[in-house]
Design a protein around this ligand. Structure first.
Ligand code: U5P
Length: 224
């Protein structure tokens, strides 16, 4: 099975804790022996801090995005370092490079690509490009809600949601460099356009990531 995983920076790079990188690397290493696996690392707190400072010194949003992309690539480098020989040695900077980097049993790790989107969109576009079996978005919340559950106690969680409804929810969220939404609007449109099967999951615990992806893989290919 071909899996594209968007691995949120808020969970991967939390406090830049080396143990967290190593724990996610362990899980990804195991998954890569069973599946073709491409991982897009997010920017996390460091990206948001850099973007806030860039904005405060007068940078435009595109410049803020470029700064965010640099941080996602740094996180991708850290994850690749934690994977050691199980990571493809190059960090692709676009989709074609990512497709060419695929090697059996090795994880392709990359970060952002172009301004105006987040790494969720990178993962969605990559999933479309490679005709992935599964697009998984691993974050610190356990799914898609009608509004931000951290601010709105009446937020409703959706177990399943149509791409059209997802678009309606995410379009209401402000789109700026570093902004947070359950899935970014570009990703939501890509999911709609190519009818991708996308999974949003709480993967603050790396073990959960392995369990959920193994379960989804078993659902998709019950014989293997
Ligand atoms: N970013 C982009 N383009 C990409 C990926 C990321 O502009 O292809 C910028 C955005 O400003 C984003 C930030 O909010 O980097 C950090 O990425 P993420 O953690 O939000 O995915």
């Amino acid at each position: 099975m071909l899996i594209v995983l968007s691995l949120g920076g808020s969970i991967l790079a939390k406090n830049l804790d080396p143990d967290r990188f190593l724990k996610y690397a362990d899980v990804l290493r195991k998954l890569s022996k069973k599946h073709t696996l491409l991982v897009v690392a997010g920017g996390g707190e460091a990206a948001r801090n850099y973007i806030d400072t860039a904005r405060a010194v007068g940078a435009d949003e595109v410049t803020c995005d470029y700064i965010g992309i640099e941080i996602t690539r740094l996180n991708a480098h850290l994850l690749a370092a934690a994977l050691g020989p199980d990571a493809c040695p190059e960090i692709p900077t676009n989709y074609l490079e990512a497709s060419k980097a695929i090697r059996p049993g090795k994880v392709v790790v990359m970060g952002g690509v172009t301004p105006g989107q987040t790494t969720d969109a990178v993962a969605a576009i990559l999933a479309e490009f490679l005709r992935a079996d599964l697009l998984a978005i691993a974050t610190s919340i356990d799914g898609v809600y009608s509004s931000d559950p951290n601010c709105d106690p009446s937020a409703v969680k959706y177990d399943k949601i149509s791409p059209e409804k997802l678009i309606n929810i995410v379009m209401a969220i402000e789109m700026k460099a570093g902004s947070k939404s359950p899935v970014d609007p570009v990703a939501a449109k890509i999911i709609e356009r190519c009818k991708l099967d996308a999974l949003v999951m709480d993967a603050r615990d790396p073990v959960q990531l392995e369990e959920v992806l193994d379960r989804e893989a078993a659902k998709k290919s019950p014989i293997s």
